[in-house]
Design a binder for this molecule. Sequence first.
Ligand SMILES: *Cc1c(COP(=O)(O)O)cnc(C)c1O
Length: 429
Amino acid sequence: MTNFTREMYKDLNVSDEVYNFCNNIQKNLKERFYHIDEVAEYNQLKVLASMRKNKVSDIHFAATTGYGYNDLGRDTLESVYASVFNAEAALVRPQLISGTHALNIALSGNLRPGDEILSPVGKPYDTLEEVIGIRPTKGSLKEYGITYRQVDMLVDGSIDYEGIKKAIHEKTKLITIQRSKGYDTRPTLSVKQIGEIITFVKSIKNDVITMVDNCYGEFVEIIEPTDVGADMIVGSLIKNPGGGLAPIGGYIVGKEIYIENAANRLTAPGLGKEIGATLGLNQQFYQGLFMSPQIVSGALKGAIFAANIFEELGYEVIPNGVESRHDIIQAINIGSPEGVIAFCQGIQAAAPVDSYVTPEPWDMPGYDSKVIMAAGTFVQGSSIELSADAPIKPPYTVFFQGGLSWHHAKFGIMTALQRMIDNKTISLQ
Ligand SMILES: *Cc1c(COP(=O)(O)O)cnc(C)c1O
């Protein structure tokens, strides 16, 4: 068997040298992978229990059109999401175009002129800078008289509780906590840490709305921010909870009142959750959620596999090879432009879609350097599928995530390593 697999890798341009090196690394990860499987097992049961409790049936997969009144599938899916995340209500819609859109709706639906947002964990994800108006943008919350404040994490990556206490005042209406580091190098927060921040903030001002940007975090642990007091969590269906099957969508889950406010902003005041046709996408939403714990476990194995390979080769990897994981993103400081380009080209060459395309660095709007991106995905921009990107500037860090199966993630990483060996940015000797 091993020989057949080895030959197949060879046919796909992965040398014996890379095959042996990577498989030796994998052998040492057995215990780690076993733990990841245990988390996936628990989360699989959690999702299944919610589907059973809500009596999901094939009538829920029927398409609605037009206004989408009485879309049973949509309403039941929202109940399933609410149960999975241990919350009162949910808004799960194809009309939520992306994670950024869902975050914008959650914020703008729940804030009013004069309110202030506080981020107690530093700068939020890039696209939110425009939503909030940290970077001047037409239609930002700032233009509607909503102010923003942030408290950075301390240099050692811990939370600045003193600073948070000082930053909260009578106008503080909502705190936004980003779980994942995103494309930053600060540590990702564990759900437990998020719970500690929430408890602290509520002890100072009890009526503050606590919102968590949950992108890339779903099902990595057995609890979610809503289990530790978050009033609202927000994410994208073309990341973890869509399980690779959702072709579009976002979710907001939390307290009834905040979900209603968000729904009135998404559709119109008074219409709220009552309308919004699902156009036949419900089955993919249900099935994707059902698959998600398993898919997330594969992506996590890929991230840990890569961390251990590149750490062994002397590179700085964030998180490192042994740290506990709270999201699916892996960063590797490769240190040279040739290295990150070869890595991304390897990920692309290993993709099921557009494998014959060679990505090149380009001047992407909104970035201060060229950026290279590898994404041979079934769903455009889907980052639960194996994908990588890197700004072409020091320290030449590549960020990658996803993989619809562990074996694809493994192959992608081995191909990336092979490309780096082929262009002589790395050597296994
Ligand atoms: C991906 C992401 C977003 C935005 O999601 P899009 O779907 O790309 O708009 C926001 N926050 C974090 C932490 C993310 O990872």
